[in-house]
Design a protein. Sequence first.
Length: 490
Amino acid sequence: MIARLIQSLFMRGASLCLVTLLLASCTTAPLAPREKSGAALVPQRVDTFVGNPSAKPYLRRTIEDILGEPAKSLNRYVTAQTNVLEFKDARLVRQLQQKWAAASKDGFTVAHFGDSLVQGGYAAEIARSRLQGLGGSAGRGMVFPYSIAKTYSQNDFRSTFTGDWLTANSLHQPPRLPVGVSGFVARTSAVDASFTLNFFTTPESGKKLIKFFYSTSSTTYTLRVQSGNFLHDVVVPGGEAQAKSQMLELSFPEMSDTLRFEIRNTSPKAGQFFEVHGVSIENAAIGVMYHNLGVGGANYGALLSQTYFEEQSGQLAPDLIVLDWGTNDLVNKNSLPPELEKNMVQTIQRVKAKHPKAIIVVTSAQDFNVRRRNVTLTWDFASLARRVAFENDCLFYDWYRIAGARGAMTTWTVYGLASSDNIHLTGLGYAVKGELFAQALLNSLGRLKSDPSIKALEITTTATIQPHSVVGWLKEVSPVPRKGLFTVRR
């Protein structure tokens, strides 16, 4: 249902005038985009074309495109005073402010980990759009050929594949194969195998850098990667003498809507394999990068099971790391699992050990229902997540409160923002979540700008419905739920 809804939406590239004016004080003046330096492999130009020549052009989609007229009131009702990243120590936000101010010069990378509420990509798309509209675009970020893993794709592309593959992801603990930062892995021992990423539009214009994360047991594999009229044909570094997790960086002067990977073993032997861990699509220009690293069904043990987290996240070099699990830790539970806090703390510690200068955001989970019964543990988890965040020097985003607190999911559903399972959101709902998360980041920077002496920012809350939440906004837009409340402009 979500896919059918979102695929019917088109894009326009406007920003909220009110929000732009509000945030102007905490953003830097636009600079001419700089290009990244590096030693990416250069492709050859060929006559054959991979892609759809009539693919629709890329347009940056915003919350206004998704919600129509009611979008104008969202950030007025869910205010800059309440929709913030909370903190015990203003030092963290000052560091975040410095990183954000340098986005156009040094880049600003977000790595957003989570479960199915993240993997689908709708929220990440809108958050990415809001931040890149202000700080410049560094590209699309991490993707994976999800069809191989027999799971749903992110919302802006689909994938196909050939050959026999074995897959695993960080939903299973421990995974049956070593996974990396995308949370997925696909292994093949076939002589020939391939996968293709088909995006619904052409990419942003300009030069592209493709970071291909992989591992292989042999030096006899070749890799052909083509988009449009540009082709890479390389012998893949591999074998026992190489690092377990490896990366190739491939340049493309331009890309079509399609990116095809062909893997071939030129001298196959028993036991040889090739693993795909993910593909990061990046612009040559410096700006904001927003990686969607969600895995459907995952819980707070997910990152702990990533064998190649250190090597691969090091290549992404995140400035802001969002830890957005919790729902799957609470399903069918009568109390908070005894191992949950331990997993949360160990996850934060592992992230900090690799990325000591990155800022970490811990989130709470939205209220939800299972078999028509409210899962009241979401309030308990929100309280736990707040305490763990503050005790471990992290920022805290109280999505439980912002969404509306206890009973919010029922309201979200009748207004068309959540699906009938009362757990997952619709495309509309994810768009709201992505917009409000990006706004929370910017609102916190704005708060520090207006009050440099601030030392902490905490918002007292309860389990009950909150004012200035999404629930309150929905009821302000229309006291009675009705069809067609959100009219999408094409």
